[in-house]
Write a protein that binds this ligand. Structure first.
Ligand SMILES: [Zn+2]
Length: 378
């Protein structure tokens, strides 16, 4: 090879290897103003009967994000309570690096699918989520998220479309999803954002739902109910106080009360961790993750008192190529680099707690974890 073509090849290699990288890496430091004590819980025996299943998804929450949050909260997280842990591979059928549509569908349905698909197979046929299985068994079902309802993960559990940005169609699917308790944000997606002029809140009401637009209305409503508590996503963690946690604990109480011995299945998402990782804002991402971890603490306290609830926590993918480069455990301070503003292909953790949790271990595909979850819905 001539010298000039060698230089050309080297330049090309450099160009290709830098694809998706940020131009300049800046070490960001963060410490939370609000560290917290973790819940004090004792896990019920693993051989207790599983009546309820709670699936918690931290969007974009890889082990690197969890490790950072652990330092920020001075070396403790409610996630530390989980005795059974595994690894989940997140690739989708047509790409190595998944989106939340395909990543969440693998968990919700036990089937990997193509990029951007939501509750549909690569051939665009609908795949039922674990919530449908629960409904067929006479169980109650619920979803509580911090994002707007047109976002991918709640849609992975309630809706069907081959393209996650067909959001008018996705929102319309909620009318017939049959989920008893829905809480999140995104009123504009039901009303003014729509190109077809439909008001889906009216259609939800005609289908029998109470449409609650405030926390107070949500707490007062009977099932089925949809709480749409913001025009878009819920306010950011630092501004929403305990709003998300209240929607979760209220959901657990009402679903448990109304389902009796049959039990319920609920999906809870710390949705906006991912948004701030895309934005490379470590402070806002950490506050979302810490709010999610506090929610995990609430869920464990509830489940410890119940004794028949399996709790699993995982992520659909990791985001931001985050690296923990510096910090101080005593001060709760981290110094991090983001190497990307996109999702990445690193495997994510899978945590299980409660009756049945000892089945959840090893290195598995995301769809296999989904099938394992569904096997406890019976
Ligand atoms: Zn994302």
């Amino acid at each position: 090879m001539k010298k000039t073509s060698l230089y050309f090849a080297a330049a090309l290699l450099l160009l290709v290897s830098c694809k998706g990288k940020k131009e300049e890496n800046v070490l960001q430091y963060y410490a939370t103003p609000n560290p917290y004590e973790i819940a004090n819980v004792t896990m019920p025996p693993v051989d207790n009967e599983v009546r309820n299943v709670i699936i918690m998804i931290g969007d974009g929450m890889g082990l690197e994000q969890v490790s950072c949050a652990w330092v920020v909260n001075h070396g403790k997280l409610n996630l530390d309570h989980f005795p059974y842990v595994g690894i989940s591979r997140t690739w989708c059928t047509d790409k190595l690096i998944t989106d939340s549509g395909a990543g969440g569908t693998a968990i919700s349905s036990g089937k990997k699918t193509a990029y951007s698909h939501v509750g549909t197979a690569p051939d665009n046929s609908d795949i039922p989520s674990v919530l449908v299985k629960a409904q067929q068994l006479g169980k109650k079902t619920g979803v509580a998220v911090t994002c707007h309802f047109a976002d991918a993960t709640p849609c992975d559990f309630c809706c069907h479309n081959e393209y996650r940005y067909n959001q008018d169609d996705l929102i319309a699917d909620y009318v017939e999803c049959g989920v008893d308790y829905l809480a999140g944000g995104g009123l504009d997606w039901f009303t003014v954002n729509r190109k077809d002029g439909r008001d889906i809140t009216k259609e939800m009401a005609s289908a029998g739902y109470t449409v609650a637009l405030t926390e107070e209305e949500l707490m007062a409503a009977e099932l089925p109910v949809i709480g749409i508590l913001a025009p878009d996503n819920l306010p950011v963690a630092m501004e929403r106080g305990d709003l998300y946690r209240h929607t979760v604990t209220h959901g657990l109480d009402i679903l448990s009360r109304e389902s009796g011995d049959k039990g319920f299945v609920m999906m809870l998402e710390g949705s906006c961790i991912d948004d701030w990782l895309h934005g490379n804002d470590i402070g806002k991402a950490m506050e979302e993750l810490l709010d999610f971890d506090r929610t995990i603490g609430d869920v464990l306290e509830w489940a410890a008192a119940d004794g028949h609830t399996l709790v699993v926590v995982t992520a659909d993918h990791a985001t931001g190529c985050l690296t923990l480069q510096d910090g101080d455990l005593e001060k709760g301070e981290i110094g991090v680099f983001f190497a990307s503003e996109s999702h990445n292909g690193i495997a994510v953790p899978f945590y299980a707690w409660g009756p049945g949790s000892d089945a959840f271990n090893g290195i598995r595909e995301n769809e296999d974890w989904g099938q394992l979850i569904a096997s406890f819905v019976k």
